[in-house]
Write a protein that binds this ligand. Structure first.
Ligand SMILES: Cc1cc2nc3c(=O)[nH]c(=O)nc-3n(C[C@H](O)[C@H](O)[C@H](O)COP(=O)(O)O)c2cc1C
Length: 336
């Protein structure tokens, strides 16, 4: 309540409502406050998934702290793991601004950031300086814009090589709508070639788009199984605009996240869990804005969940509320 009425109102109104500048300022403040994080206690709701022990199953999704600038802060805010990135082998500025749009009435965001990041080597150096973290760290890897799609494999491999000592898992991002040709890497042949080339002792997860057909997801899951992939992250943002057509920024290009994605992300997780008979660990992400949303994801077969847009709209209280619920304070109420 305090977050929504006071903090969120102040943040959303800052910098003339420029969503990306607000994001930068907030991240700067969090990075400065990070030394205080050691005094905070993490919420304990542990589980072991793909060989990694998570203090609780609620993670920060990729894209919010791409370069790992405020890393100690996330555990202190209650998150049980953090996914940094997406980083690319070559540092890159991303797309021209504006590229981040809030759809406040819909509790949604459209972004076409385009993997703005300081590069894999810079992230590796920052992580080395930081030392061990209190929560597991996922590292999301994507393809540099300057690298042609047919040379993508080497781009991913180079990033992994430098980041391997620091990652508890890798997320292979083949599902961002904002790098031309990237989502084509979800196709059977391309994904197979990519996964075959990624030799690393670190668990590798594949992050998928919500816009794939059931048939395409089925094929992708077969490829994942054939290559011993450790898990699936479902889902990234959607290129669809269902439910937000009335928003003044609905026509902006990019990926839509938040409330309008809740149902589709849950559908994809449900489908993937059924297809794999629960054998492949799944991180459920997309439109989780309440403890009920998180519980539904886990009931559908996810082992862990992640938040991005829900965290922007509801703040750290949402992380705490989900963990309280999971610690045993009741069941999800069925959707009407
Ligand atoms: C501004 C923004 C930037 C994002 N950047 C990335 C990214 O770099 N890599 C990635 O895998 N996902 C990225 N995502 C997608 C989120 O990790 C998440 O999969 C998606 O937003 C759905 O979850 P949500 O509805 O909780 O936001 C980004 C999302 C937003 C809103």
């Amino acid at each position: 309540m305090v977050y929504k009425q006071v903090v969120r109102r102040a943040l959303f109104g800052m910098h003339g409502g420029d969503a990306e500048r607000v994001h930068e300022t907030t991240l700067n403040v969090m990075a400065r406050l990070s030394p205080l994080a050691k005094f905070a206690r993490n919420q304990n709701n542990p589980r072991t998934v793909f060989g990694v022990r998570f203090p609780n199953p609620v993670g920060l999704a990729a894209g919010l702290d791409k370069d790992g600038r405020a890393l100690p802060a996330w555990g202190a805010l209650g998150f049980g793991f953090v996914e940094v990135g997406t980083v690319t082998w070559h540092a890159q500025p991303g797309n021209p601004r504006p590229r981040l749009f809030r759809l406040t009435a819909d509790e949604a965001v459209i972004n076409r950031m385009g993997f703005n990041n300081g590069g894999a080597a810079a992230l590796a150096a920052r992580l080395a300086a930081l030392g061990p973290l209190r929560v597991p760290l996922g590292v999301s890897i994507g393809k540099s814009k300057v690298t042609p799609v047919d040379e993508a494999v080497e781009d991913y491999r180079s990033s992994m090589r430098v980041l391997e000592p620091h990652a508890d898992y890798f997320a292979v991002n083949v599902s961002s709508p904002n790098t031309p040709g990237l989502r084509g890497l979800q196709d059977r042949g391309a994904l197979s070639a990519l996964l075959a080339a990624l030799e690393t002792p670190v668990p590798v997860l594949v992050k998928i788009a919500p816009d794939l057909t059931d048939e395409a997801i089925g094929e992708l899951l077969e490829v994942c199984a054939a290559h011993g992939v450790a898990g699936l992250i479902a889902t990234n943002t959607t290129i669809g605009r269902e439910g937000v057509a009335d928003s003044p920024v609905a026509a902006e290009q990019g990926g839509l996240s938040g409330r309008p994605l809740t149902a589709r992300a849950l559908e994809v997780v449900t489908f993937a869990a059924k297809e794999t008979a629960g054998t492949l660990p799944i991180i459920g992400v997309g439109g989780i804005h309440s403890p009920d949303d998180a519980t539904r994801m886990l009931d559908a077969g996810a082992s862990l969940v992640q938040l991005y847009t829900g965290f922007i709209y509801h703040g750290p209280g949402l992380v705490r509320a989900i963990n309280r619920r999971l610690a045993g304070a009741g069941q999800a109420t069925p959707r009407p």
